[in-house]
Design a binder for this molecule. Structure first.
Ligand SMILES: NC(=O)c1ccc[n+]([C@@H]2O[C@H](COP(=O)([O-])OP(=O)(O)OC[C@H]3O[C@@H](n4cnc5c(N)ncnc54)[C@H](O)[C@@H]3O)[C@@H](O)[C@H]2O)c1
Length: 271
């Protein structure tokens, strides 16, 4: 029973599950928005809805932090912001290098959300000599020949890889040898790293493929529901040649397109 607020210090030795750690940034984003609106307290239900998480899960997650809220009042927003930030290691400044300053690297360099979350873009590194010295998002690009020196001088422990896949492992090896112990990899390749080095991979195309899977399933369910209530289709549908909207809808296999009598939907194509 939650009878009062207890703020016990959270330590790593308490063993916070990885799944909880992965949700902490979601809570932090929602709490930061509340804090910016000077909202003093928030209930677990409100915060769970804002973070897109189930409220029972949220209460369990916060119990790992030693935060139980106050019955009838909720959680203290400012204290939770501090507590989660501390747990995520965001109360200190983290210098980050971005390697590969093409389309993606330049966009990441210009992303204001890093600085506001305690990540300072310490250096931008690219192998193209034509890029050397050119400012991107106000930071001059440095040549990859200097990668080791840059890492050492700036005390960088987090590296972001935004190079072509073919060179990502080699870039990763150099980053690790120079002292980087956490890597965020955007290149579509699996990186091998020694023990003690953490790698997180971001792949938007995988996320899209998962969404495509859900879209396909939803379309299949709709087709199933339709075939359960409708009599069998009398004859195959033929789109008029001149009806551009209907023709393009069918060609794309879109949701609005007419499905066959068995409710078939097109398979997701491999990437
Ligand atoms: N994860 C995602 O969701 C996602 C989204 C878009 C792109 N990507 C991937 O990100 C990477 C970059 O994409 P992009 O569109 O910015 O490509 P890009 O060609 O515009 O940029 C790549 C940059 O890397 C530099 N480079 C090449 N070899 C290097 C090396 N050894 N050291 C340092 N820099 C080097 C190039 O000079 C170039 O500036 C690709 O691997 C791409 O597949 C991932």
């Amino acid at each position: 029973m939650a009878t009062g607020r207890t703020h016990r210090p959270a330590t790593r030795s308490r063993g916070i599950p990885e799944a909880t750690v992965a949700r902490l940034p979601l809570y932090l984003r929602a709490l930061t928005a509340l804090s910016e609106r000077s909202v003093p307290t928030v209930s677990s239900e409100e915060l769970a809805a804002a973070a897109g998480v189930n409220s029972a899960k949220l209460r369990k997650d916060f119990s790992y932090l030693g935060s139980y809220g106050t019955r009838g009042v909720g959680y203290d927003v400012e204290y939770l912001v501090y507590q989660i930030s501390r747990e995520l290691g965001l109360t200190q400044d983290w210098p980050v290098v971005i390697v590969g300053i093409g389309n993606l690297g330049a966009a990441l360099a210009g992303y204001g959300g890093f600085a506001s979350r305690g990540f300072r873009v310490a250096a931008l590194i690219d192998a193209d000599p034509a890029m050397t010295g050119k400012p991107v998002a106000g930071i001059p690009v440095q040549h990859s020949d200097d990668l080791e020196r840059i890492i050492e001088e700036d005390g960088v422990s987090i590296g972001v890889i935004a190079t072509p896949a073919g060179v990502a492992q080699q870039v990763c090896d150099r980053l690790v040898a120079a002292g980087v112990t956490s890597i965020l990899n955007f290149a579509p390749t699996v990186l091998s790293v020694p023990d003690g080095v953490d790698v997180r991979k971001v792949d938007l195309s995988i996320e899209l493929q998962i969404l495509a899977f859900h879209e396909q399933r939803k379309a299949g369910e709709e087709a199933g529901a339709e075939s359960a209530v409708l009599p069998p289709a009398p004859a195959p549908y033929q789109a008029p040649e001149t009806d551009a909207a209907s023709a393009s809808g069918d060609a794309a296999g879109g949701k609005g397109g007419r499905k066959g009598p068995d409710g078939d939907v097109p398979a997701v194509m491999p990437a």
